[in-house]
Ligand binder design. Sequence first.
Ligand code: ADP
Ligand code: MG
Length: 566
Amino acid sequence: MPILGIDLGTTNSLVSYWNNEKSVIIPNVFGENLTPSVVSVDDSGQIFIGKIAKERLITHPDMTASVFKRNMGSKKLFKLGNKEFLPEELSSLIIRSLKQDAESYLGQSVEEAIISVPAYFNDTQRKATKRAGELAGLKIERLINEPTAAAIAYGLYERESNSKFLVFDLGGGTFDVSILELYKNIMEVRAVAGDNYLGGEDFTNIIMSLFLEHNNLKLEDIEYKTAAYIKEQSEMAKIKFSTAKEVSIKCKIKDKLLDYTLKIDDYERDCQSLISKLRRPIERALSDAKIKASEIDSIVLVGGATKLPIIRTFVSKLFGRIPSVNINPDEAVALGAGIQAAMKERNRHLKEIVLTDVCPYTLGTDISIRKPDGYYEPGHFCPIIERNTVIPVSKSERLYTIQDNQEKINIEILQGESRLSKNNILLGEINIDVPPSPAGEQAIDVRYTYDINGILEVEVTVLSNGLKKRAIIEKNPGYMSKDEIEKRFQELSSIKIHPREKEENKLIMAKGERLYEESTGKIRELLDYNLQVFEDILNRQDDHEIEEAAKKLKMIFAQIEQMKEF
Ligand code: ADP
Ligand code: MG
């Protein structure tokens, strides 16, 4: 039974597996490699994932959620109709849909997957991702950092020892730069930097602004659906720029056809401010890793937005050479996760490599510091595992009682870089009893262990009597016990994802509804009539009749779309 590799992206998600000595992307039910990371629910409580949900983002924004990966690990609730979901729960629905696609493609059930996460994800975010996989009914024993996965996909682990790589990942809404180093057979993440609010979408927004400006329109004056429609057209135009020098956008708004032709030079001029924002994270990553740009052996482009010529030119100029692009940049992470899955299965065809990553933040605890007048000042941060330490790592710190007959020591488990505990993030706490004795006579050892999956375990031992307490850290204390996960798993399992074989028809309906909303007059009537007929046919459940009707409806859609373009 294969182990799946999953790229759970902010914008798009993919799934891969190892076959015939290589990693292969598994297409979804529509035959596409990318499944939009969008979840939608309809009035009857049915859930839609991917392409259909993306259509519904425009028609039913209140019932649809996207870009929830940004909130992974937080308790932010996304309201979809009358249901509420945590980011990890929405993610679990995406994973479940990928799992179903994989199972129907492979013709067998799948139980395990490796999921990729951004290198900067902290403990809480990693654990939430792991839970998302478990809620989808998969065993998740290992997570892989996205840049590491991309480097693996490029076969960089077969390079000579001591090679250094820079992974430049520009996705839909995020920008990540990572510097990796291969030493013997160890791949190490040396530094990560980025911008969580910079991505392909910003490059779409430039086109949208130009279109609005050209047509004397203001964003605040147009309604949501119209704006969403213009944005969709702008994204299509942007994608065309990866091969064309000139694109045109035509949008019918309130029965008026608005037209705009944009030349690549004008577009790229307006993109300069975004381009300059890319520079700083690159410089930071290089300086954190203490590596000069000229020492980088390979530059790898990842993320759909790196298909933009302006990005490629920028990277080539900055480093004075052409980056590697022989793998589709939006598939690299998933392909790497698939290779990693094969390594986990100890597939003999692959050279075994050890992946080591760094712990992206400093982890420590709160202590009191003795002032010259003998007073103990609380609130000081004592680092135990320093930022950028290679993991797995286990480190211990000895702490002493500060009061006579002190009965307890409270260990705050903190993450952050500030000298003062209050500025760092509280991940959890351990309270341990110590035998009452004079101040300073009782000691505890606090051991932090950060494993390869980025999961933190803290163990506290009282030296005098050997009493131990352990905690696997949870950011929200007591949040989701094993039983609760099981219960929520059952609840989520009972949610009906629309039957896969009917997806195609549901997509037709969703698309028809969107076209309906975008049109007026006669076209609207035509659509209304045909959609009603189609719905009746669907209800009759005669597969042959449905197939014929679907074909006809698709032709009608194509004609309408052509008319919109003239
Ligand atoms: P994420 O990692 O956030 O899930 P992806 O790597 O799938 O995202 O990238 C999605 C972004 O890539 C979107 O903004 C999309 O418009 C952009 N994109 C995809 N293909 C192209 C292309 N050919 N040219 C320009 N941008 C593209
Ligand atoms: Mg990505």
